[in-house]
Design a protein around this ligand. Structure first.
Ligand SMILES: Nc1ncnc2c1ncn2[C@@H]1O[C@H](COP(=O)(O)OP(=O)(O)OP(=O)(O)O)[C@@H](O)[C@H]1O
Ligand SMILES: [Mg+2]
Length: 550
């Protein structure tokens, strides 16, 4: 007699010979163990004699044949070829040519939970290392049998390619079967390898996971992600450095960029708009390094930011009138503090009849207005020529009759051109910069202007800064992962000693952290009334005075 046991999840076990009498249950001493909480310890007793099978139900949840529950504790004949249902398992008896004695405990494979994508999370370091080695071997064998260089990855998820890779992987996995430890889920291993060869590998799951906002690969087996504002190390890994390299190339090639030893760093974008930066050896010492800032599926608006506690309603209104009143604004903050997001939000306050030109290294801004010219800088070509910098683009933008220029981020000499633009009829321009306080961003701007190569005296530089910048918004990422505007300050110009004068309009007062580590505090007006209120009033821009009430 032959017995086949099939689990609902697709696990399958075939027994060519079975004992004359045996118990099926959740755990030993049952001879056939079906691991499931709905199965009794001793669920049913089977008897086999002369090509006939009988079953006696001894369980609490029952035994079913052809959708009928059997009478408990009564020996019932089992029709051959028809499934006997016990919990999530079906047992089918069929006549076999040769029957042998078998008395050992037979354990069916544990059901595999399909909806759990990150099973690697349960593995130990040694297991992860072993898995890494196996994946490396599979990858190598795959490349031996399949030349992936000709594949056009722009037509990603190409059905034909997927099928081809799937077949090859099946073949390799069966050849390597003995070398793959039992604890490795083969289906998952195949899916991961497939993702790596035709998709973006371990990144695929992170890109799908809405809780992940940033993906940081610092070497093939060290991947960090920012999840709900917190940075955590993931246990996912790439098979090898070439596999990771191939994925980086797959990202940059379709948008006409290039990465190799002679140009080892690149800014790029995924199709969904996520920003990508890749840097490889010899610049990155541990191996190819990849940083992806995911483009949120939901575009954040000012109301979301108020909801998150990033700023108060009064501050939001104030920023809105500053944008409408054409104040030049610089958003200052640390890495990942939300500068670009805030720039996007406040730029959406710009009147629809203004002509806007945006300039970025990797186009991240998504403005709702229709009349927007979007420019993106370009790195040098293979011969090291043809680079178009942010600075080139700012200069060019001035010849494009802009009303407002928005530069994604000022890092160098472009600051001078930006300040000049702000001072010469392009009021209402905006940019961001990397600094830790409003005073700090002013100092950085000085340094950036010096980087332009123009030999300007420091007074002249400060003069430019003091008269160009109207408002500084300082944003931070706090210890609990939240983003907050810490200060909104007005730039008042220079004093007699050529110091730039600043006055805070709003601040965030942190009182501490609660039991869960969440930052507790309050956004407040300082009581200072901005110097331009009268001017705004004269131009018909309404500024409710209670915004500034302490
Ligand atoms: N106010 C906010 N509240 C919560 N999350 C935010 C907020 N603003 C931005 N984020 C999230 O923080 C991450 C970083 O945002 P953003 O790209 O705007 O930062 P950045 O300061 O421009 O970073 P970088 O210096 O790298 O350019 C994104 O994932 C974004 O969704
Ligand atoms: Mg940014």
């Amino acid at each position: 007699m032959k017995l086949t046991i099939v689990g609902k999840d697709g696990t399958r076990k075939e027994l060519k010979s079975i004992p004359a009498e045996f118990v099926v249950g959740r755990e030993a001493p049952a001879q056939i163990v079906l691991p499931s909480s709905v199965i009794s310890r001793s669920h049913a007793v089977f008897q086999v004699k002369d090509g006939h099978v009988w079953v006696t139900d001894t369980s609490s949840n029952g035994v079913f044949i052809e959708k009928k529950r059997l009478e408990k504790n009564k020996q019932t004949p089992v029709p051959l070829g028809k499934p006997v249902i016990i919990g999530e398992y079906a047992m089918v008896f069929e006549p076999a040519q040769v029957a042998q004695k078998q008395s050992a405990v037979i354990e069916a494979e544990k059901p595999v939970k399909k909806e759990k994508p990150l099973t690697t999370a349960d593995f130990s370091e040694e297991q992860l290392d072993a898995l890494s080695g196996i994946r490396d071997q599979i990858h190598k064998r795959l490349l031996e049998t399949l030349d992936l260089r000709w594949v056009d990855f722009t037509a990603k998820r190409d059905q034909e390619l997927n099928e081809l890779v799937s077949k090859r992987l099946d073949m390799i996995l069966s050849q390597m079967s003995a070398a793959i430890p039992k604890w490795v889920d083969r289906k998952l291993l195949k899916k991961e390898m497939q993702d790596e060869v035709v998709g973006l590998g371990p990144l695929e799951d992170f890109l799908r996971d809405e809780d992940v906002s940033e993906i940081m690969v610092i070497s093939k087996d060290q991947i960090y992600v920012e999840q709900k504002g917190k940075i955590v190390e993931s246990k996912k890994r790439f098979s090898s450095n070439p596999a990771l390299m191939a994925i980086i190339e797959r990202i940059v090639a379709p948008i006409g960029k290039r990465i190799d030893e002679s140009s080892p760093l690149v800014d790029a974008r995924l199709k969904d708009g996520s920003r990508v930066n890749a840097i490889i050896p010899p610049l990155a010492l541990k191996g190819p390094c990849l940083t992806i800032r995911k483009f949120g599926t939901k575009r954040l608006g000012i109301d979301d930011m108020i909801g998150f506690g990033t700023l108060s309603k009064a501050m939001a209104k104030f920023l809105e009138v500053c944008v409408k009143g054409k104040k030049n604004i610089i958003i200052s903050g640390g890495t990942g503090s939300g500068k670009t997001t805030l720039l996007n939000v406040i730029a959406s306050f710009i009147q629809p009849d203004d002509r806007i030109i945006t300039i970025e290294d990797a186009a991240e801004l998504r403005l709702p207005q229709r009349h927007v010219v979007t420019l993106e800088s370009k790195p040098a070509n293979v011969e090291g020529k043809g680079a178009i910098t942010i600075r080139d683009l700012v200069k060019n933008a001035l010849r494009m009759r802009p009303d407002r220029i928005i530069v994604g981020e000022c890092r160098g000499g472009e600051a001078l051109d930006m300040l000049q633009a702000m001072n010469t009829g392009h009021a209402g321009s905006m940019t961001t910069g990397h600094a830790n306080s409003p005073e700090d961003i002013l100092r950085r701007l000085e340094t950036m202007v010096l980087m332009s190569g123009m030999d300007l005296p420091i007074r002249a530089i400060r003069d430019q800064i003091g008269s160009a910048i109207g408002i500084i918004v300082q944003q931070s990422r706090l210890s609990d992962g939240s983003r907050k505007i810490m200060k909104i300050s007005e730039v008042l110009g220079l004093d007699d000693e050529y110091n730039i004068l600043l006055e805070d309009v709003f601040t965030f007062e942190q009182k501490g952290v609660d039991a869960k580590g969440k930052v507790v505090g309050k956004h407040m007006a300082t009581g200072y009334l901005p110097s331009f209120l009268a001017d705004f009033k004269a131009r018909g821009i309404e500024v409710p005075e209670d915004l500034f009430k302490v």
